[in-house]
Design a protein around this ligand. Structure first.
Ligand SMILES: *[C@@H]1O[C@H](CO)[C@@H](O)[C@H](O)[C@H]1NC(C)=O
Ligand SMILES: *[C@@H]1O[C@H](CO)[C@@H](O)[C@H](O)[C@H]1NC(C)=O
Length: 418
């Protein structure tokens, strides 16, 4: 009788106890630090930044196309539209040579295994897209010679499907290949039959990256393959208990934690905010950007994207931000970047979502030096077509906080980094 009663009590208690976002049950995946948009002297590398802006633009153009095809235009944010391609500026020859030799890892990359036995790849963990792709042995283009290639002939578990994967880029190229199903291992998490794309065509814009491919961590509705992404599949197969993951992005000790959040990386509670809309993005609403006591923008929708270095906002709002920073100006007639006096770095820029105000440190706000006295800000002006007052918030913000992503509660949370 007593036993039975306590079992009933347990049964009633468990679902509630299981619903908070868990910590301590997951798996750590260390990854490498991404460089900023600077050269070795800390100078802002405009050519590099311009290529990255174009790539970010085209990435989100691809996302919107996937969303339209998977769900329909009704899932778009108000005011969203699929913008024309943005041409990717060509690499100067000299730069292209040094870039392939140096460690220009702009993306947060960590190792994963694909196939049986595992073939190892360095991938960018990207909360702003939803597919996994790596180059295949069918990719013979010399500029990708240094990238690892998936070889299905030495794996006993790969199965080719009849699906095709294609992301188009503004340089007229694409990232494309057939869709396969394989065993994927990320740290100790192993998932079978994961849909992924071993691509034989890669856009030139991926040549300078040291990572081989991308592992998308956003929702299935953004997926070009339109199958469950890795984390969702891991949950469905019982490889993780909760479809929750957390990012610590820092100069040292960066890690992705899958299956919960890593409580050793933050202090206090995680402040969670529900995902708004059905855009397939980790998008939260009610955002506010302040500079000191000045509210620059409110009612913002913010997409939290670990695959983006900068923060992009609507051009009028970004102009308003810099107009409140004494001595700031548009950078070299370019309408996307702004400079400010390095001696007067704003250290009071915050983002908030109705709770704590999360400060963007002076160091993280600085994208690089424009000259001996001026610096380029990490908040840049660009309408990516994601919707009215939608901001794309990349790691210039994420480096200031611990960020948690929960499919269980459909929410994104922030906590104070240790
Ligand atoms: C490479 O190309 C061959 C010939 O088209 C094809 O049979 C094979 O499946 C391809 N491999 C991958 C990984 O796509
Ligand atoms: C915020 O920073 C800007 C730029 O450094 C400065 O001009 C302003 O006085 C600061 N505001 C507050 C309230 O500290």
């Amino acid at each position: 009788m007593y036993m039975k009663a306590s079992l009933v009590a347990l049964a009633l208690v468990l679902p509630a106890a299981a619903s908070p976002i868990t910590s301590g049950l997951g798996t750590r995946i260390p990854f490498q630090k991404r460089n900023t948009l600077t050269d070795s002297e800390g100078m802002f590398d405009f050519a590099k930044a311009a290529r990255q802006v174009a790539r970010d633009h085209n990435k989100h153009r691809n996302n919107l196309q996937n969303l339209e095809r998977n769900v329909g235009r009704h899932a778009f944010n108000e005011g969203a539209e699929i913008k024309p391609f943005m041409p990717v500026p060509a690499l100067a020859r000299r730069q292209s040579e040094s870039l392939t030799d140096e460690n220009h890892d702009e993306y947060w990359a960590g190792n994963i295994g694909i196939g049986t036995p595992f073939q190892q790849f360095l991938v960018d963990f990207d909360t702003g897209s939803s597919d996994l792709w790596v180059p295949s042995t069918n990719c013979s283009d010399a500029q990708f010679a240094k990238k690892k290639k998936y070889d299905p002939t030495v794996s006993s578990t790969g199965v080719r499907t009849d699906k095709e994967f294609i992301l188009r880029y503004g340089d007229g190229s694409s990232v494309s290949g057939p869709v396969w199903q394989e065993v994927i291992q990320v740290a100790s998490i192993t998932v079978k039959d994961q849909y992924f794309a071993p691509v034989h065509i890669l856009s030139d814009s991926f040549a300078p990256e040291t990572d081989d491919g991308i592992l998308g961590l956003a929702f299935q509705s953004l997926s070009n393959i339109h199958e469950p992404p890795f984390v969702n599949n891991a949950k469905a197969q019982g490889a993780i208990k909760d479809a929750v993951f957390g990012f610590r992005i820092a100069k040292t000790g960066s890690e992705l934690y899958i299956g919960g959040t890593d409580a050793s990386q933050y202090t206090g509670d995680i402040e969670y905010h529900s995902v708004v809309g059905n855009t397939g993005y980790w998008q939260i609403g009610g955002g506010q950007l302040t500079l000191g006591s000045t509210v620059v923008s409110s009612g913002m929708k913010t997409i939290i994207d670990s695959g983006t270095t900068l923060i992009y906002g609507p051009p009028d709002m970004v102009a308003k931000l810099y107009s409140n920073i004494p001595g700031s100006a548009v950078y070299q007639q370019n309408k996307e970047f702004y400079t400010y006096p390095c001696a007067n770095v704003p250290s009071n820029i915050t983002l908030s979502w109705g709770g704590k105000q999360w400060t963007i440190s002076a160091d993280n706000f600085k994208a690089g030096k424009a000259d001996s006295t001026h610096c380029v800000g990490a908040i840049s002006a660009k309408d990516l077509g994601l919707g009215d007052n939608v901001w794309l918030v990349g790691d210039s913000f994420m480096k200031n906080v611990y960020t948690a992503f929960s499919f269980e509660q459909n929410s994104v949370g922030f906590a104070v980094l240790n």
